[in-house]
Design a protein around this ligand. Structure first.
Ligand SMILES: [Mn+2]
Length: 273
């Protein structure tokens, strides 16, 4: 059985409970984890240990918090006061954890679903999104990644252009796949608002609500946006149900069987803010 799993953010207790609830067997089942594996929650190290232990039975996406960890570890970004990454950064296997994260994906497909951490640009269909993710994944695994990390953060360029190259191209693709929430119909992203879908700034709307987006009708699952709550539509799944903020951790079964949603409450919740 194949399960999509929402943002874990270091909540190992909830993850453990969820795996028990779905009766997960690494020899039989497959997990597709939608990114933000680490940070803000209490036990990122245990989460990574568990996921790595599943080997090829778990496919993990990189979220913005996972990239933040890589940037902090590289010394190119200052830790945030709410980070909970110290144990991971001080672990004997630190370099192995960082190497493991660098082989995670930015987009994937699972039983007909496109999986991404944050979302997809209105101008990109699923096939295009996967192809662009592969370009950046190859860079992250390669020798240019340390240099890229230094310039990874920023909201420019504002719009997609097929001719973008190098750092600008990679930054744009990463901003879409790991940060997008609101954007305009023509693909201008807005990064300041983290509120619910109803709070869209003028001229912007949630990326998935643009009727003319190139991915309409292509099933897409994403995390990242906890204030949306669970969205469970025929071709759209929003699975960041705010585990670390006192909500729930969500899994959805997406193989041939009946779609099934399993949620566990998180006892390791952090104060929001
Ligand atoms: Mn996120």
């Amino acid at each position: 059985m194949h399960y999509l799993i929402g943002d874990l953010q270091g909540c190992h207790d909830a993850f453990d409970q969820l795996l028990a609830e779905i009766g997960f067997s690494p020899s039989r089942d497959h997990l597709h984890v939608l990114g933000d594996l680490v940070n803000r929650g209490p036990d990122s190290l245990a989460v990574l240990r568990r996921l790595r232990g599943f080997g090829a039975s778990a496919t993990c996406l990189l979220g913005n918090h996972d990239l933040h960890l890589l940037a902090v570890a590289a010394g190119v970004r200052r830790p945030h006061r709410k980070d909970t990454l110290d144990a991971l950064l001080a672990d004997d296997e630190r370099e192995a954890w960082l190497a493991w994260l660098r082989q995670c994906r930015l987009a994937d497909s699972a039983c007909g679903w496109l999986t991404v951490h944050a979302g997809v640009l209105p101008q990109w269909n699923s096939a295009r999104t996967l192809a662009l993710a592969r370009e950046v994944e190859a860079m992250i695994r390669g020798p240019q990644f340390p240099d890229f990390l230094r310039v990874m953060y920023g909201n420019e360029p504002p719009r997609w252009d097929d001719t973008l190259g190098g750092f600008d191209r990679w930054r744009f693709i990463i901003n879409v796949l790991t940060r997008i929430r609101f954007c305009s119909a023509d693909g201008l992203m807005e990064f300041d608002t983290k509120d619910s879908a109803e709070q869209a700034p003028p001229g912007f709307a949630p990326w998935f609500s643009h009727a003319g987006r190139a991915s309409v009708g292509e099933p897409i699952a994403f995390g990242h946006w906890s204030t949306l709550g669970l969205i469970n539509r025929p071709d759209l799944l929003a699975l960041d149900t705010g585990c670390v903020w006192g909500g729930a951790l969500s899994a959805v079964r997406v193989d041939g069987g009946r779609r099934e949603v399993v949620q566990v409450h998180c006892r390791q919740a952090q104060a929001p803010g």
